[in-house]
Design a protein around this ligand. Structure first.
Ligand code: ADP
Ligand code: MG
Length: 245
């Protein structure tokens, strides 16, 4: 069964149809790329799946159950994780504490910011930090990490929440090209190895073709192509948008 099913999703802003009757599904453990030019509607799709924006029409099913129109918190609790920009981490806390917090909140233990996370789930947090290559920095304050390390911490935090589906809107923005492939390969290894479905956007087509199981192409709000790397590369409509040929 699909982890995520999206049917007929639509959203307009004023006169602009930002997302127009979009339908797709994501399987457990699948790396699915959503690509398209700037303004194609990718972030709007993410925001409707994650609950940041209510759709005008259409439905969103998670593990077969409707989540359409629920808020971000309710959707997160049902197992949809999102990576955000760096500001989502707590800069004065240590790297380990940030991951412990994610695990605590997933286990339903409400984290209280006036109470130190102390040793709770420290072993689990360290296992995740080891997997993303940050164990040596576990005791450092998050605020002093290099950008690429923060991106890997963000991944560890997302995994600490043990989601069914991980939404990543331009996770490699601001990273050097060589680092981008590394982060997405790491994501693929850790997320899909746990059966987590990943829906992501990425501008670098080399990275997209390298790490995706399947690719969806949005243009002006509508899905115009779907397939594996070779099929998308050969698709005339996609070539026209990306290469003008
Ligand atoms: P992408 O992420 O693919 O670059 P977006 O989903 O951000 O595209 O935007 C799709 C279209 O919707 C664009 O025309 C954009 O200007 C418009 N749009 C997105 N968010 C808003 C908003 N909050 N208010 C008005 N227009 C918006
Ligand atoms: Mg966007």
């Amino acid at each position: 069964m699909s982890v995520l099913v999206v049917r007929g999703l639509s959203k307009s802003f004023g006169g602009v149809r930002a997302v127009d009757d979009v339908s797709f599904a994501v399987a457990p453990g699948e790396m699915l790329a959503l690509i398209g030019p700037n303004g194609a509607g990718k972030s709007t799709c993410f925001n409707m799946v994650g609950g940041q924006l209510p759709p005008d029409a259409g439905s969103v099913l998670l593990d077969g159950g409707p989540i359409t129109g629920l808020g971000p918190r309710a959707i997160a609790l049902r197992g949809v994780g999102r990576t955000f920009q760096i500001t989502a981490t707590f800069g004065s806390m240590t790297v380990r504490e940030n991951v412990q917090m994610a695990i605590l909140s997933h286990r339903g233990q409400v984290w209280q910011f006036w109470r130190p996370v102390a040793g709770r789930f420290a072993t689990e947090a360290d296992a995740l930090l080891d997997q993303v290559g940050l164990l040596a920095q576990a005791d450092r304050a998050t605020g002093v990490l290099a950008y690429g390390d923060l991106k890997r911490l963000e991944l560890a935090i997302a995994l600490g929440n043990a989601p069914r589906l991980l939404l990543m809107d331009e996770p490699t923005a601001g990273m050097a090209p060589a680092e981008r492939v590394g982060l997405m390969h790491l994501t693929r290894r850790l997320a899909t190895g746990r059966g987590i479905a990943v829906l992501f956007t990425e501008h670098d087509m080399d990275v997209v073709f390298d790490v995706s199981d399947r690719i969806l192409v949005l243009n002006r709000g509508a899905l115009i192509a779907e397939g594996d790397g070779p099929a998308i590369r050969a698709n005339p409509a996609v070539r026209e948008i990306y290469l003008g040929t």
